[in-house]
Design a protein around this ligand. Structure first.
Ligand code: PEP
Length: 250
C-alpha cells in the first residue's frame, strides 16, 4: 500500500535452539542497507531465544519478537510469559492469536484482544492473526469470520503504529497451498475497509500481512497484491536463504 512500510516477519514456532542463533545472525547479515530502506524485518524465535537473538542482531536491520504472551503482566500463571518479560528481553513485536494458539490452547478472540492490549501496554507492536478454516471458506463464510475476528480481537486503542494485522487462512498454514491472488486481494480489501471504518486514518495505515505457505517462489506474486503490506512466514523463515529471498520480493 502506498505510504506503508512493509513488514516481513518470521514465525519460528516451536523450533530452534542456541545453535540456531547462527541462522538469525545470517538473516541479520543479509538485511543490507538497500533492504532496510524498503522493509522492516522481524524474526520471532521461541521465547528461550528472544534475549539472545536480540543481542545477536543489535544494530542490524532485523528485529526480534515473541510468538505469544499472557494478558497479565505477572502473577500466578505457571508456564506463561508476559509481554513485559518479552519487552525486558528486548522484543519489539509480539504475535497474538496465531491459529495454532487458538486451536491448541483454545484462545478466543476475547483473550487475543486482552493479549494485544498487554502488548500495547508495554509499548510493543502487536501482530494480531486472523483467518478462516477450510470449512468456513467452503461454506462461503470467509469475510464474516474475518469481520468477527477483527471486531473481537483488535483492541479499541489500536493504531497504525502499535498494531499489525496478519491474514492467515488456517488451511494455508504449513500446507503448501495458498489462496489465489484474487482471494488474497478480496480479503485484504475487506479488512482495509473494516479497519478504516473503525479506526479512520489509523486503519488506513495499519499493515496487513498475508501468511500461509509464503515461499521464495510465490512471495513476488503475493506481496504485489493490493493492500498486502508484508508477510508472516512460518516454515520458510527457518532458513536464512529462504527468508532473505522473501524479503527480496520487495
Ligand atoms: C505461520 O505459522 O504463521 C505460517 C504462515 O506458517 P507457514 O509459512 O509455514 O505456512
Amino acid at each position: 500500500t502506498p505510504g506503508i512500510r512493509p513488514l516481513v516477519a518470521g514465525n519460528w514456532k516451536m523450533n530452534g535452539d542456541r545453535d540456531s542463533l547462527r541462522e538469525i545472525a545470517a538473516i541479520a547479515g543479509g538485511i543490507d542497507t538497500a533492504l532496510s530502506e524498503k522493509i522492516d524485518a522481524l524474526i520471532c524465535p521461541p521465547s528461550t531465544l528472544v534475549y539472545l537473538a536480540a543481542a545477536a542482531v543489535q544494530d542490524t536491520g532485523l528485529s526480534i519478537g515473541g510468538q505469544d504472551c499472557h494478558w497479565a503482566a505477572s502473577g500466578a500463571h505457571t508456564g506463561d510469559i508476559s509481554a513485559s518479560m518479552l519487552a525486558d528481553a528486548n522484543a519489539t513485536h509480539i504475535i497474538v492469536g496465531h491459529s495454532e494458539r487458538r486451536t491448541d490452547h483454545g484462545e478466543s478472540s476475547a483473550i487475543v484482544r486482552k493479549k494485544a492490549e498487554a502488548v500495547h501496554a508495554e509499548g510493543l507492536i502487536a501482530i494480531v492473526c486472523i483467518g478462516e478454516t477450510k470449512g468456513e471458506r467452503d461454506a462461503g463464510e470467509t469475510l464474516d469470520v474475518l469481520k468477527k475476528q477483527l471486531d473481537a480481537s483488535v483492541p479499541d486503542a489500536s493504531s497504525a503504529q502499535n498494531t499489525v494485522i496478519a491474514y492467515e487462512p488456517v488451511w494455508a498454514i504449513g500446507t503448501g497451498v495458498t489462496p489465489t491472488a484474487q482471494d488474497v486481494e478480496d480479503a485484504h480489501a475487506f479488512m482495509r475497509r473494516e479497519l478504516e471504518d473503525r479506526f479512520g486514518s489509523d486503519g488506513a495505515g495499519m499493515r496487513l500481512l498475508y501468511g500461509g505457505s509464503v515461499k521464495p517462489a510465490n512471495a513476488g506474486e503475493l506481496m504485489s497484491v493490493n493492500n498486502v503490506d508484508g508477510a508472516l512466514v512460518g516454515g520458510a523463515s527457518l532458513k536464512a536463504d529462504d527468508f532473505l529471498a522473501i524479503c527480496e520480493a520487495y
